[in-house]
Write a protein that binds this ligand. Sequence first.
Ligand code: ZN
Length: 313
Amino acid sequence: MYAVGVDIGGTKIDCVLMDSAGHVIRDVIVPTAPQDGAAAVFDRIAGSVGALAEHAPGEIVSIGIGCTGLVNQQAGMIENSVHLNWQNVPLREGVRERLRLDVPIAIENDLKAAALGEKRFGAGKNSAAFVYLAIGTGLGSAAVINDRVVSGSRGLAMEIGHLMIDPNGRRCACGRRGCLETFLSGTGLAHAAGILRHDHPESTLSAGEDKPTTAAILAAARAGDAFGRMLIDEMRGGLARAISICAAVFNPDLIVLGGGFGLAAWDLLTDGVLALASEYALPELFTELRLSKPECTRQAIGAGAVGLQAIGH
Ligand SMILES: [Zn+2]
């Protein structure tokens, strides 16, 4: 029994043919090129899936597609994806009508799909309830209770990036102030550095015309630069707030912390963060709580798991 998993990112579409244990048999990676329009993206997905199907050693039972943005699973629609510039795009039907295979297709938000991958094949295997926080350019988040990703009524559960935690905080791209993402994302960190560096002329981050990159901020913090450390401390505070909210809502036994920036800054961000989080919520919520890096590093495998789960496997 084989499944296809597809991860649609802003720059590339990763397609894998996998077995039910999450082992990748073959893969195809093509550019997303969303500027060509949704139909061209559907063509590329169908082409990749077709190429994988030709070489499948056995029957393909499901196709799962993870996509960045707000995903309505029931309707098979991408309601909004900033990275792809998609609004109300019928992803499931668009792919289905281009495929020669008659196989069930399920779609899911990419981070929720990755979280299911962690449950089945990664860090969440032995967890009763865990939360996945992915710090990249934005903040992705998902919760898995027992064997299920928490979806909510329209698939928007755990959209916490634009949860306002400081009404007097910095302006967010969404127009509000003090969203969690202004603290807990690479974009938010670089923006904060750009604004605050004028108050810290002694910092290496204040040299030059351009605002510092997240890599420069991390390097400065590791080198002991006081401003760099302050920025990372503020981010750790944002992470503690996010963890405390998730702990109170779901009582998880595990926080999987990933994302490109989350992994690059793992040691700095996790240092003392659970103790800090326990100051914001009932301490009993933290007695069993631990932190882990993701272990299923390919989101397409999680997408494959979404397809398998949709048909009862
Ligand atoms: Zn916001």
